[in-house]
Design a protein around this ligand. Sequence first.
Ligand code: IDP
Ligand code: MG
Length: 147
Amino acid sequence: MERKLNNKTLAILKPDCVKKNLIGKVVTLIQNAGFKVSAMKMVKLTSDAAKGFYAIHNGKPFFNDLITYMTSGPCVPIALEKDNAVEDFRKLIGATDPAKAAEGTIRKLYADSIQENIVHGSDSDENAAIEISHFFSRKEILDINGF
Ligand code: IDP
Ligand code: MG
């Protein structure tokens, strides 16, 4: 079977999403947009795990606050599958700053600020693969149609 390389992305329902009881609403929007859930769990990130995940932002002015926020409560990483997953998911969530996010996007609907913006989405196919492996082993990533 052909293995597509552009059909996976990593979402994280961030601690503000979990605290605001929005897991169900956000997952519904994601599924209604055609994404298939292939792995999902709830975890509380340690400071080291959050720093590793967001290593690219180390040194930026918002880095320390970002780590405090991402470790402030449980979050829900979700491995998603869809053709053109990375780009389509970024469209679904909207701009980083909810004030600049398009109408109908998840961040426009639910986010409070540029920091507390409800959801993460991978920014490239390469990073999607790396980020999925941060949270899930190969055998935790399931095909809903079975193998
Ligand atoms: P993205 O999540 O839209 O890809 P990135 O630039 O990769 O945005 O930033 C990662 C996360 O860091 C954002 O989702 C947000 O939580 C936080 N962040 C980004 N820029 C700022 C900022 O200017 N102030 C505060 N937090 C920020
Ligand atoms: Mg990013």
